[in-house]
Design a protein around this ligand. Structure first.
Ligand code: FE2
Ligand code: FE2
Length: 266
């Protein structure tokens, strides 16, 4: 088993054992990151996370409508759901955002943190009026503890307006569909990156736009200390495997690289 702790509050070792209740992935002082769900019996599981900074709670990609009751119960074990401050929606897909109306019914004051391209599509879920936070206009989100979140665009991975969220203090990257995996032999934390590649390929070759999009995003991450990658599907990638994960993205052939492989550039 590779070292899954970064010595700064991250503890993925513990995360391996507690799958049926909120799982603490990181804790330091008032700041904690939880994995909320959900061990569905499908190869296409959705990971839902909660960032808690004191009394300030943000859901990361709250997920599908049918998961709402379970996710709600798990939030209750951590903090009053009525007190949640917001939800981060990395794009508008139903596995990310369909439960937004249910959460806004719990607390109409919850902010919705997303990109303008996502924001124009969210009305199709028929949510009640809500407070929209534009992550492109305001890429730095200050938390009560003085820590901050940074929103990093990830165009065409896979949605034009997709973005990722970097927890600067915890050095965690909530990567949305990037590094998502499809796998029946699922586990919460990757223990061999080489063995994980086929599950990553199943998702990325079909969903992601192109090698150029993947490399462009990898370049945006240059110089950023990342201790773990927390994708919206599949398994968490721990500190020792982050360099391999970045290399995977650099070398990825996907989307138009494959579909139009025979078409030469003009
Ligand atoms: Fe998606
Ligand atoms: Fe997804």
């Amino acid at each position: 088993m590779p070292d899954q702790s970064a010595g700064n509050g991250l503890n993925l070792q513990q995360a391996l054992e507690r799958l049926d209740e909120p799982t603490v992935l990181y804790r330091q002082g008032e700041h904690a990151v939880y994995w909320l769900g959900v061990p569905e019996d499908t190869s296409f599981r959705s990971n839902i996370y909660l960032i808690r900074d004191g009394d300030h709670g943000l859901l990361v990609d709250p997920g599908s409508r049918h998961l709402f009751d379970q996710v709600y119960r798990r939030v209750t074990q951590i903090m009053p759901p009525q007190s949640l401050a917001g939800m981060i929606l990395c794009h508008q897909d139903p596995d990310v955002a369909a439960s937004m109306g249910q959460w806004l019914a719990v607390n109409p004051a919850m902010k919705v943190l997303t990109t303008p391209r996502t924001q124009v599509l969210l009305p199709h879920y028929d949510p009640p009026p809500y407070d929209y936070y534009d992550v492109e206009a305001n890429p730095e989100y200050l938390l009560p503890s003085g820590r901050s979140l940074r929103f990093i665009p990830a165009p065409f991975l896979h949605f034009p307006g997709a973005f990722t969220t970097y927890d600067a203090g915890a050095r965690l990257l909530f990567s949305g569909d990037i590094w998502a995996a499809i796998d029946l032999n699922w586990q919460l934390v990757v223990d061999s990156f080489a063995d994980h590649i086929p599950a990553l390929d199943l998702f990325h070759t079909e969903y992601m736009a192109s090698n150029l999009a993947a490399r462009g995003f990898a370049r945006r991450l240059q110089g950023l200390p990342i201790d773990a990658i927390l994708p919206q599907h599949g398994s968490i990638i721990g500190p020792t495997m982050v360099p391999e994960a970045l290399e995977y993205l650099q070398n990825l052939r996907c989307g138009t690289d494959i579909i139009y492989a025979g078409l030469s550039e003009r």
